[in-house]
Design a protein around this ligand. Structure first.
Ligand code: MN
Ligand code: MN
Length: 310
């Protein structure tokens, strides 16, 4: 009998957490006897993700370019604007995530597991542990990298005690040292010098829709923000064209110093007063320094939601 496949898939412009969540959740389903589940991705992989897959010997997940008519399990996202094309006409079976609820509507009740934790990898590891399913060294290594990548090596404001506890557990199962792997991921994240402004902005770019307002936010995590700031004019120029192409009302680029956990925000908006009214910080020449700000989901999105939808 021909089985209808179920695709486990993360967001567009996949990061480590999206990819390892897809692979490990598909594996979790296999261990529970559901064979027709496969890991998928909604875009090309960056160097950080490629490194993680190679290190633990996993194949690149299947590239699903259009989800019309497909059965999906969404991991690491739940907003239509960030999901694979065709998601509106797909059959969504489950959502496993750690982001705000973004307005997805389903015709039937589905399984949803969303918690404010540092990564989706943490949630999936807890599923394995809860059911005493075998975590191989390789899967444990993948999941550990998912946590470390999403939490700036357990230092982000989104990181909780549970993430730290699970990371330690995964480190001992996989034999992977947290600092060694974490530093490697930070280095790879930080490799932006040779990339074009467009690639830098789009590598971790998420779109949000608040009523009629469309906002795009890029997050760049680097060891030396000053080097990237030298390219500010080039970045702003590129932001302008992306804003136009994607018909956004506001575009922001958050450049986070991953050692100090502070950020520079570049912004171009339809209305010049928005940024200051939303974040209570003045933009000067389209840039603002925001001490203590390092998370898109925790620091940038909530004030936007309040401003545009309340
Ligand atoms: Mn993600
Ligand atoms: Mn994540």
């Amino acid at each position: 009998m021909l089985m209808c496949k179920v695709y486990v898939i993360g967001h567009k412009r996949p990061d480590v957490d999206s990819i390892v969540s897809a692979i490990s959740y598909a594996e979790y389903k296999h261990l529970r006897g559901e064979e027709d589940v496969i890991a998928a991705r909604a875009g090309d992989l960056d160097e950080e993700v490629k490194y993680v897959l190679e290190r633990f010997n996993f194949e690149t997940p299947y590239y699903l370019t259009n989800a019309v008519g497909k059965k999906l399990i969404l991991v690491d996202h739940n907003e239509v604007s960030q999901a694979v094309d065709g998601v509106g006409k797909a059959h969504i079976l489950e959502i496993i995530d750690h982001h705000r609820l973004g307005g997805m509507i389903t015709p039937e009740p589905i399984f949803v597991h969303i918690e404010p934790l540092g990564s989706t990898s943490t949630i999936i590891t807890e599923f394995y542990l809860r059911e005493s399913l075998k975590l191989t060294k390789e899967i444990a290594g993948l999941l550990l990298c998912g946590i470390l990548s999403d939490t700036i090596v357990l230092k982000s404001p989104t990181c909780t005690e549970r993430d730290r506890y699970i990371a330690k557990k995964l480190s001992s199962i996989s034999g992977v040292d947290i600092n060694e792997a974490g530093n490697r991921l930070l280095e790879l994240k930080s490799l932006v010098a040779e990339k074009s402004a467009k690639d830098i902005i789009l590598s971790d770019f998420k779109e949000f829709v608040f009523g009629k307002v469309r906002v795009g936010i890029s997050h760049i995590e680097v060891l030396k923000p000053e080097e990237l700031l030298k390219r500010k004019d080039e970045l702003l120029q590129e932001m302008k064209s992306i804003k136009y192409e994607k018909q956004l009302n506001m575009i922001m680029v958050m450049i986070t110093d991953i050692l100090r956990l502070d950020s520079y925000l570049l912004c171009i908006a339809d209305n010049d007063s928005w940024f200051e009214r939303i974040y209570k910080v003045k933009l000067k020449d389209n840039i603002a320094f925001m001490p203590g700000v390092s998370s898109r989901k925790k620091h940038l999105v909530p004030p936007l939601v309040r401003f545009f939808t309340h």
